[in-house]
Unconditional design. Sequence first.
Length: 398
Amino acid sequence: MWKFFLLLMLVVTSCSEKQIDGNVINVAEAMSRLSEGQSVQNLFSSISYIPLETNEQAIIGKYPECIIMDSAILVSSVHQNLKLFDRTNGKYIRDIGHVGTDPEGYAKDSWGKVSFWADAVRRTVYLLGWNNDFLLYGFDGKYKDRIRLQDTVNCILSQNYYLMDADRIWGHNKMKLSPETPSVFYMDRNTMSLTGIATWNSALLPMDEVLSVSNLLGGNVAYGGDLAMAEFVGDRKYYTAINSPSLWKSKDAIRVKQAFNDTIYTISEQGLTPYLVFELGEWHWSEQQQLDVEGCDKKIAIDYILENAEYIYFHFHTSLYLEESQSYCGFYHKEKKTVVCQKGDSLFDKMNNQHIQIRGVTSDGHFFALLQPDELSDDNQRRMGVEEEGNPIMVMLY
């Protein structure tokens, strides 16, 4: 675990809807009338379940992570190559490249996981290599290129979350380790030069005061990704999931959300422009107090955000650093400017008697969930006939 954090050091039925004014998501008000659970049918027009094909070539292991494009599903898991499935029927198509130390092999971490991103425009997959580089593969499974930053650029690729957008790679550095490291930047795909956009330096992490580090794998729903948990001298903590979706594209706009900053920003070459602000009221957790365990039971930490044409979905915790931490989720309707929040993150599909948890948004703007076979309701199990040891089921919300 310590080795992992050293790498990070280098490279850690609803409440009543309420109309709000301006570009504000009024979470504080919504917290005053929470629901125990939303139904899928209250929020979406339809839902579909797509079992991923299971065969000897298409084995999905522990801690699956997925990216869903307009026609394809990319899935990674522990000790497996990246796999491509058909989005319409879940049929296995092919492996994308392979883990290995040869020139076309990509890296896996100490838990056997691979890091990958997809460019919907170029239909290209970027996989993290062994030498601070990216390996590029097409959706056809063919190796395309290996790219790395210029030698003069001080950036550890595994430290950041990325958005691949044609000839530009947008990055968000969540580890506040150095005032010289930009928090938001982009890299030119052709020259691999790096241009800083913005830097948040109000609360650099005291890395010389670390006492211990632990990690929680597979926290895609709860935290947006794998959670690194650091404890510091003086009853202080810091949690972050580097692979949680903090940087995303909505139509033609690129957005970013920094932890302990209540504003969602739109990014351009000129800088950051405020897009929406979370009004947390007395639940506000300032960046200067981000390490404080005391008082975190009365503070909100927003874990991650997913956006499509209709909604902004946001997942958050209270008591983040305590054993009794509580998860919540919320939906902001962009046109109506209404907010609903609920305790927990489970939505209920009344038509199929099935609980689901949103974990991502497709490239064409639909929220999706993932279920393991043993999580299926009896109704869905009978309807789909999925084997207990089979691959996961993708759930699409329209």
